[in-house]
Design a protein around this ligand. Structure first.
Ligand code: HEC
Length: 153
C-alpha cells in the first residue's frame, strides 16, 4: 500500500469528516494508530533537537526550524485524534481515561505544546535554543505524566 504524505493527510481528513458525520463509522483502531504515528513523528523531531542540545549535532537554525515545524504540524494533527470512544481499540493504547474526563485540560496542554513548537520555529540564536527546548520538553512531560500510561519496552 502506498502511504505518501498527501495520501495520509487526505485519509485523515476523510476519516475526520466521516467520524463527524456517522459517529462510530471510523474504527478507533485507526485513530489510535494515527495518533501514535503523529506522536512518533513529534518524538523523532524532538530527538533531532535533543542531539543539538547534547552537542551531537551542530546548532543550525534551519534544522531547528524544520523540526519545530514538523512538531507543530503533528501536534495540531494529534488534536483531532483523541475523539471520545477512542480509549480502546484492537491495538494497545497508552492513552488514559482522564483524557476524556478532563478534556479541557488535555486540550490546553496540547495547545501549550503546539505553541512551544511554534516558538521554537523562530529561534535563530543558539543562546535562545536551550530555554526554548526546555519549554518544549516540559510541555510533553506535563501531558504524558497525567494522560499517558508509561510504556514498558
Ligand atoms: C496533550 C497531551 C500530549 C502532549 C502535549 C504530548 N503528548 Fe505525546 N502522547 C500523548 C498520549 C496520550 C500518548 C499515547 C497515545 C496512545 O498510545 O494512544 C502519547 C504518545 C507519545 C509517544 C509514543 C507514540 C507511540 O508510538 O506509542 C511519543 C514518542 C510522544 N508521545 C512524544 C511526544 C513529544 C516529544 C511531545 C512534546 C513535544 C509530546 N509527545 C507531547 C499525549 C501528549
Amino acid at each position: 500500500m502506498i502511504r505518501n504524505r498527501k495520501h495520509t493527510l487526505a485519509a485523515a481528513l476523510v476519516a475526520t469528516m466521516t467520524f463527524a458525520g456517522v459517529g462510530m463509522a471510523v474504527s478507533s483502531t485507526d485513530t489510535i494508530k494515527d495518533r501514535q504515528d503523529a506522536m512518533e513523528t513529534v518524538g523523532g523531531a524532538m530527538q533531532k533537537l535533543g542531539a543539538i542540545a547534547k552537542g551531537e549535532a551542530p546548532f543550525d537554525a534551519a534544522v531547528v526550524k524544520e523540526n519545530a515545524a514538523t512538531m507543530e504540524e503533528h501536534l495540531r494533527k494529534a488534536s483531532t485524534l483523541f475523539p471520545e470512544g477512542s480509549d480502546t481499540g484492537d491495538v494497545e493504547t497508552w492513552a488514559k481515561a482522564e483524557i476524556w474526563t478532563d478534556h479541557a485540560d488535555f486540550v490546553m496542554k496540547l495547545k501549550t505544546a503546539e505553541a512551544a513548537a511554534e516558538a521554537m520555529k523562530s529561534v535563530t540564536e543558539e543562546s535562545a535554543f536551550r530555554p526554548a527546548l526546555g519549554k518544549l520538553g516540559n510541555s510533553c512531560k506535563e501531558c504524558h505524566q497525567t494522560y499517558r500510561r508509561p510504556k514498558q519496552r
